[in-house]
Write a protein that binds this ligand. Structure first.
Ligand SMILES: Cc1cc2nc3c(=O)[nH]c(=O)nc-3n(C[C@H](O)[C@H](O)[C@H](O)COP(=O)(O)OP(=O)(O)OC[C@H]3O[C@@H](n4cnc5c(N)ncnc54)[C@H](O)[C@@H]3O)c2cc1C
Length: 405
């Protein structure tokens, strides 16, 4: 077997890959971080980072760099359901606000942090294939821009290479809880649409949209509809995007007074979990676990994966635990997000609310503690399993009847 030059090779240098490389390098490992892109560069994402993701940036000493880019904090989430608005604070003591930094900003500072931690970073390097010997991944083959194909070896190859992960295709992991795309949506950026530190979401039948502030005084506005309408609406997506706002005239008037600054971007994604480890390999971020972006969990999830996989690999490489054992802990912690996955898929399906759900939302409305609880659940701070537990729902209904009495 070829001698391992690296402890870890990480393929993909955005939200999952750069923090994984950074954390492993900070633990003293010899890490190679590869991406076919160059940074700063954009990618398809609406880049809302909820408080759990902000908390990770704080732990890593990187939040100040996000704040220094002028990206405004978001302290309130408001869900306009038509008859009423559920408004609350998504924050925790550790991370009181959210941010929506452009990926040009966020991914660049993550890749820089990996490099500062000692990871060797090669941008514009395309991984062509994984090297597999006797059923074990031992390295990768790939090339830099215009360069010849080279082979690099490592004790572990980590696929942080997103939705169409080459590493995942090479190792063909078991997939579970798979669901097809459920929602299609389009987003763009507007100037002259002040949000005053607020995230706003609107639910109007088979249309939903959301708006929040980002860098450069711009506001991102994303509009979605059921995936069943994707083919039909894609022919004229701009009209469908604009017409959605007719369903909330106050928002329509605000966006009419604003100026669109960028092109439209559209996307629909599949939903799945994949086994995230095996002999000589691991998966982090979208490569291993993807869900509709309607709840904006992907970046915070990628950050969690980075911390958990770096811990697992460290435990294995330091001899504290066998690889399988340590990585199974990573998988089981990651899979604790199943209730959020299910909540997200349900939300993205545009299913009309059941009478029970309508009653519950009515009971939440006006009860500030319950509204904060709902908002924090949406932000991934608390699990939907906890928020929708019989005990919590009972408490919310009891408070609502006490109020009415
Ligand atoms: C429309 C949309 C909106 C979203 N909005 C939000 C949101 O508001 N908030 C949120 O938290 N999440 C959001 N997400 C999800 C979020 O963007 C992803 O979860 C996140 O980007 C995952 O990061 P990643 O590092 O796993 O993958 P990616 O960001 O996809 O990065 C993968 C990297 O791998 C590189 N790569 C791939 N193949 C190779 C190869 N063969 N060789 C070298 N490099 C390679 C790519 O160049 C890329 O840089 C959204 C997603 C979509 C589609």
């Amino acid at each position: 077997m070829a001698k391992n030059r690296y402890d870890a090779i990480v393929v993909g240098a955005r939200c999952a890959g750069s923090p994984t490389a950074m954390l492993l390098a900070r633990k003293g490992y010899n890490v190679l971080l590869l991406d076919r892109g160059a940074f700063p560069s954009d990618t398809i994402s609406t880049h809302l980072v909820h408080p759990p993701g902000v908390a990770a940036l704080t732990r890593w000493g990187l939040l100040d760099r996000v704040v220094a880019t002028g990206c405004p904090p978001i302290h309130t989430y408001a869900f306009d359901l038509g008859p009423f608005v559920i408004r609350g604070n998504p924050g925790t003591q550790e991370a009181p606000v959210s941010y929506g930094p452009r990926r040009t900003v966020l991914d660049k500072l993550l890749v820089d942090a990996a490099s500062e931690a000692g990871a060797e970073v090669r941008e514009e390097f395309t991984v062509e294939e994984c090297v597999i010997e006797d059923g074990r991944v031992t390295g990768i083959r790939g090339h830099g821009k215009g360069g010849r194909t080279v082979t690099e070896n490592a004790r572990v190859v980590i696929g942080a290479d997103g939705l169409h992960s080459l590493v995942s295709r090479a190792v063909n992991p078991e997939a579970y809880h798979e669901k097809p795309p459920l929602m299609a949506s389009y987003y763009t950026y507007w100037s002259g649409l002040p949000m005053n530190g607020g995230f706003e979401a609107y639910d109007r039948g088979d249309r939903g949209w959301a708006a929040w502030p980002t860098n450069d005084d711009l506001t991102l506005v994303i509009v979605g509809w059921p995936y069943a309408q994707f083919e039909e609406n894609r022919k004229d997506y701009e009209r469908h995007y604009v017409e959605a706002f007719e369903r909330a005239p106050a928002f329509r008037d605000r966006i009419r007074a604003a100026t669109r600054e960028e092109r439209f971007v559209g996307m629909a994604v599949p939903n799945y979990f994949r086994k995230p480890y095996g002999p000589g390999w691991a998966l982090v971020g979208d490569a291993g676990y993807n869900k509709d972006y309607i709840t904006a969990q992907g970046i915070s999830d990628a950050f969690r994966d980075a911390e958990q996989v770096a811990d697992g690999i460290d435990q294995s490489f330091s001899g504290a635990r066998p690889f399988e054992d340590a990585m199974e802990t990573y998988r089981s912690k990651r899979d604790e997000r199943l209730p959020m996955f299910e909540f997200t898929c349900d939300f993205a399906s545009f299913n009309p609310p059941t009478p029970e759900k309508q009653q519950l939302m009515g009971a939440i409305h006006g009860n500030q503690e319950a509204m904060d609880g709902f908002v924090r659940m949406f932000a991934g701070v608390t699990s939907p399993a906890e928020f929708f537990s019989e005990e919590n729902i009972g408490r919310i209904f009891a408070a609502s009847s006490a109020n009415r009495a």
